[in-house]
Design a protein. Structure first.
Length: 120
């Protein structure tokens, strides 16, 4: 059963929203995988610095600007997540079209707000 969230654009810096999202997801007992520029650990989540093919991803939550997303289009689609969340600043109409063509739901929202309001 798919129930894992992939944080794409994960950061080791505590002030970054991707870092806060990892912590909040874990405090809500969500399973998390993370990919960022630098390897490291946030709470109990290992941040990888390369594309790893995970088979159980339900949600990809993006913390990459649209320009940086381009290199991940095929990767994300190949993961076959149920949805992709475009956090503030990551909105990307071109990618949304590709996701829809591949039957992947896209949502322009804030992961932190969704978690805080029990809508995740």
């Amino acid at each position: 059963m798919k129930n894992v969230t992939l944080v794409l654009g994960a950061s080791l810096k505590e002030e970054r929203y991707s870092n806060k999202a990892i912590k909040r997801l874990r405090s809500n007992n969500k399973q998390v995988k993370a990919i960022g520029l630098r390897q490291g650990i946030v709470d109990d989540v290992t941040i990888e610095n390369q594309k790893i093919f995970y088979e159980d991803i339900d949600t990809v939550t993006l913390y990459l600007n649209p320009k940086r997303q381009k290199e991940y289009y095929k990767y994300i689609i190949a993961l076959k997540p149920n949805r992709v969340i475009f956090n503030p600043g990551t909105e990307n109409e071109k990618f949304v079209k590709q996701l829809l063509e591949n039957n992947i739901i896209s949502e322009v929202a804030c992961t932190l707000v969704l978690l805080a309001t029990n809508q995740y």
